[in-house]
Design a protein around this ligand. Structure first.
Ligand code: GTP
Ligand code: MG
Length: 199
């Protein structure tokens, strides 16, 4: 690998555009419902258990966190959406923060849409899918927590995701486990293809 994964650090936690890193490095973001496994996915990709903070309580990530990988790539951890237990105001604030980032960052090369392999994607997931599709012309969907399903149920889950999001031929669906590492290499290949950063 040309990309040295040992050189990974949290560079910035941002809530406003002026706080985004200005180094000109390509960015790829993790979007998805609260608790779906965005932060865990970053940790697994980097082989680090505790770099990105995770929690079984939804709403753990409350800022936009930029992880600098070897000064060549930023993995961007976003707050989750659709978490009912935070106030409407807080949800609106997070929503605005996510939308502003997705609209404004000139270095954003792609957004990975994380959905739980066990559940039907929500209306919010469908909206996020449409937005990514519109901006980038293709969507990479990561079905998380694949370790919680046996092979038959996993195939059923993937089929439901495909159908609900109405995935097209350009789209990619990857079964992933932040626990076991399933799909990690495939996801890195995908990140490399999307960002142009060589592994
Ligand atoms: P927010 O920051 O609240 O939006 O959540 P998040 O999407 O970052 O989720 P996080 O990575 O914090 O994971 C939520 C919970 O799910 C934690 O208890 C994780 O340990 C668990 N989890 C995440 N990914 C996996 C997975 O692939 N397999 C299993 N079994 N558990 C997972
Ligand atoms: Mg998180």
């Amino acid at each position: 690998m040309q990309l040295n994964l040992h050189r990974a650090e949290l560079t910035v936690s941002a809530v406003q555009p002026r706080q985004y890193p200005q180094t000109g490095v390509p960015e790829i973001a993790m979007a998805g419902r609260s608790n779906v496994g965005k932060s865990s996915c970053i940790n697994k990709l980097l082989n680090r258990n505790k770099l990105a903070r995770t929690s079984s309580t939804p709403g753990k990530t409350a800022t936009i966190n930029f992880y600098n990988i070897d000064n060549q790539l930023f993995l961007v951890d976003l707050p989750g959406y659709g978490f009912a237990r935070v106030s409407k105001e807080e949800q609106a604030r997070w929503g605005a923060m996510i939308n502003t980032y997705l609209d404004k960052s000139p270095r954003l090369r792609g957004v990975l849409l994380l959905v739980d392999a066990r559940h039907k994607p929500t209306a919010d997931d469908v909206m996020m899918y449409s937005w990514i599709r519109e901006r980038f012309g293709e969507v990479t969907v990561v079905a998380t927590k694949a370790d919680k399903l046996g092979p038959t149920k996993l195939q059923e889950g993937l089929a439901l995701i495909r159908k609900t999001l109405d995935l097209g031929e350009e789209d990619t669906l990857i079964a992933f486990s932040g626990e076991k590492g399933t799909g990690k290499e495939e996801l890195w290949q995908e990140i490399s293809r999307i960002t142009g950063v060589e592994l």
